[in-house]
Design a protein around this ligand. Structure first.
Ligand code: HEM
Length: 416
């Protein structure tokens, strides 16, 4: 199937549909299911939509053929040369290696402790009220505080950091057709954030120069690497990577958590199982239920790539012209019965490695351990331990959106 998209009206329609589907993946499930059945690699205008599991994995594995060329210029304009905008190369290898030393997996126990403390602070405040806004008081706040306490990069305020994250993330990932109404505020936000991070770096360097002991957080480690010259990074590099990590962490963590809670609230059986798992510290079962909730309503229906040549793709060997935008529909893939048996059922026996929540291949999520071993499960566990958790009555109990981002969802519970 190849549909030609000519004329301004059609182009505008495609732009709207593309942004809408990217922002609200839960609404696109049925249409992607139809494509998976009838036309697993569908070419529509300058885009190919890939919907079966094995084909999606093929796209994301062939990182030299299907590149991140769509992200690179935007990433560079917003934050600088960051790994998600880089091809497999010595530069990519260098940058990801330095980041891994600054954010090692061996920090997970510490990160869990920090996230646990933040979550505890939040619930100590809200427990007597019997009510919490899952987005504004929990899923937005936890990564903003982790940014301050582990990454060493607080915002001028938490709200400012959250707002910067949304504006720039939207430009990077939800504005493929370059709507200036999204680009302009993102660029203002980028300049403000760059100035802020420059000040944080300068303050750390001044501390070092004054003989203060090195603070052991991500920013502190990067500033120390710069000073000892061991890994060849400078202030600009540190600014780019602190910004990129914050932009990668804040909006997605919040969106993924809020959507998962929303799914659980819609399904009493699933909610009861998750409540029991949280109350009895069955962390593995709880994570399996959360993974299923994230599959039903993921933060994004998939990832875009750019075809770097004329390639064939998928079990049916469809030809993909050079310059085609290739949409690897990870959500659709997680409903493909060839990889996820009885996909419409919630099952807790699926192999964890099969989920695509954190992408696949070269660019799979750098922060996945922080997400699935700390932030998402600890936030949701604390929430689910609250007795008789339910939506607040009326509109506050329904998920409200700020463009593509959840903005508010109030739940109530019995006071303990
Ligand atoms: C639930 C929360 C999160 C979800 C669902 C998520 C999802 C993803 C996905 C799907 C990708 C792949 C993008 C692509 O292939 O085009 C990705 C990449 C990335 N994520 Fe996450 N992410 C989350 C949290 C985080 C956190 C906490 C951080 C930082 C601490 C982070 C940093 C990154 C970075 C740096 C990349 C690019 C990796 C590379 O290019 O090699 N993410 N994430």
């Amino acid at each position: 199937m190849a549909v030609k998209a000519n004329g301004n009206g059609v182009a505008r329609g495609l732009r709207w549909a593309e942004n809408f589907v990217l922002s609200h993946p839960q609404l696109s499930r049925r249409s992607l299911g139809l494509l998976r059945f009838a036309c697993p690699v569908a070419r529509i205008g300058d885009t190919a939509i890939v919907t079966r599991y094995s084909d999606v994995v093929e796209v994301l594995s062939r990182d030299n053929d299907f590149t991140i060329g769509l992200y690179s210029p935007k990433m560079e304009a917003i934050a600088g040369r960051f790994i998600l905008g880089l091809q497999q190369s010595p530069e990519y290898e260098h940058d990801v290696s330095v980041l891994r030393i600054a954010v090692p997996q061996s920090d997970m126990a510490r990160i869990r402790t920090v996230v646990g403390e933040i979550v505890q602070e939040i619930f100590t405040q809200v427990a007597p009220l019997g009510e919490i806004d899952v987005v504004r008081e929990l899923s937005d706040v936890v990564p903003a505080r982790l940014s301050a306490r582990y990454f060493g990069a607080p915002g001028p305020t938490e709200l400012q950091l959250i707002s910067w994250g949304r504006a720039q993330f939207r430009e990077l990932f939800y504005n493929l057709r370059n709507d200036p109404a999204i680009t302009a505020p993102a660029m203002v936000s980028s300049r403000e954030m760059q100035e802020h991070v420059e000040k944080l770096i300068a303050a750390r360097k001044a501390e070092r120069a004054g003989g203060a002991p090195q603070r052991d957080d991500v920013l502190g480690r990067l500033v120390a690497f710069e000073a000892d010259g061991s890994v060849g990074i400078d202030d600009g590099w540190i600014k780019t990577y602190i910004m990129g990590l914050i932009l990668g962490m804040l909006p997605l963590t919040s969106k993924a958590a809020a959507l998962a809670v929303n799914v659980l609230l819609d399904r009493p059986g699933m909610l009861a199982s998750a409540h029991e798992a949280a109350a009895e510290n069955h962390d593995d079962l709880l994570w399996r239920l959360i993974s299923e909730a994230m599959r039903i309503a993921p933060q994004s229906p998939g990832q875009y790539r750019l075809s770097d040549g004329v390639w064939t793709l998928g079990a049916r060997r469809r030809e993909i012209p050079a310059g085609t935008k290739v949409f690897a529909a990870t959500q659709s893939a997680m409903f493909d019965r060839r990889a996820f048996a009885t996909p419409s059922r919630v099952r807790t026996d699926r192999p964890a490695s099969r989920y695509l929540h954190f992408g696949y291949g070269l660019h799979s999520c750098f922060g996945r351990f922080i997400s699935y071993e700390a932030q998402i499960p600890l936030m949701l566990k604390a929430l689910l331990r609250q007795p008789n958790l339910r939506r607040a009555p009326g509109p506050p109990g329904r998920l409200a959106w700020d463009g593509p981002f959840p903005n508010s969802l109030t739940v109530t519970f019995d006071q303990s």
